[in-house]
Design a protein around this ligand. Structure first.
Ligand code: SF4
Ligand code: SF4
Length: 214
């Protein structure tokens, strides 16, 4: 159903897989009756990395987020029409959790961790979800539901042990292979042009990865 609404990938996990989810960011913290988590992704073209400006990348990101939110809302309605409950999870902000000192924000659930547990891919050292078919060129959305659904297999791949291209290439030294220092990243990434438009000031860790162009 997610793919018929425009998603390129979709995965499902039983709630039991989330036993290690951090307190406050567990699907059950959002909806206490959750039995299944559904994550879907929209791929974007590798051609965007060839542009000499990130304006086209920002355009596609913004439009993809809207599409993913629309898919989540429509999927919710379909699941409800089958007699179950379903909650859409935003594909991007707003952050309810915000650590102003460290400029660290968190969505109500971490979509990339949800995506990993739904079998869509693995989390690379650049902290992005990497999918076998689309590499790290996926934006994600999700729905959680009290419907019991068959789950997908997990992906066992991981980054090559000897690869650290993304870590070495980050101009802010914001990556350590496990997490991203959002404060350092935002100094470069959150860029507003003099004309007032938001543009991603940096996406090097995404585009330099060998999995960006598969
Ligand atoms: S977006 Fe840029 S600054 Fe942020 S972690 Fe990636 S390479 Fe570093
Ligand atoms: S650049 Fe290498 S280490 Fe970084 S995410 Fe890609 S494969 Fe993993």
């Amino acid at each position: 159903m997610a793919c018929s609404l425009g998603a390129d990938v979709c995965g499902i996990a039983d709630i039991k897989r989330f036993v290690n989810a951090p307190k406050g960011f567990h699907p059950l913290d959002v909806y206490a009756e959750t039995k299944s988590v559904i994550v879907f992704g929209k791929q974007f073209s590798a051609s965007l990395f060839q542009a000499n400006t990130n304006v086209p990348y920002a355009l596609v990101k913004n439009k993809s987020v809207k599409l993913l939110d629309d898919i989540a809302i429509q999927l919710t309605a379909i699941i409800e029409s089958e007699g179950y409950r379903a909650i859409p999870i935003p594909a991007d902000e707003p952050y309810e959790y915000w650590d102003s000192q460290n400029r660290h924000g968190r969505g109500i659930l971490s979509l990339k961790h949800l995506g990993q547990l739904c079998g869509i891919g693995w989390i690379g050292k650049n902290t992005l979800l990497i999918n076998k078919k689309y590499g790290n060129r996926l934006y994600l959305g999700a729905v959680i539901s009290n419907a019991e659904l068959n789950e997908d297999d997990l992906v066992s791949n991981s980054c090559p042990e000897n690869c650290s291209i993304c870590l070495k290439s980050c101009p802010q030294s914001a990556l350590n292979g496990v997490t991203v220092n959002q404060k350092k990243c935002r100094e470069l990434c959150a860029y507003v042009t003099d004309g007032g438009g938001f543009v991603y000031g940096c996406n090097i860790c995404r585009k330099i990865c060998p999995f960006a162009n598969i």
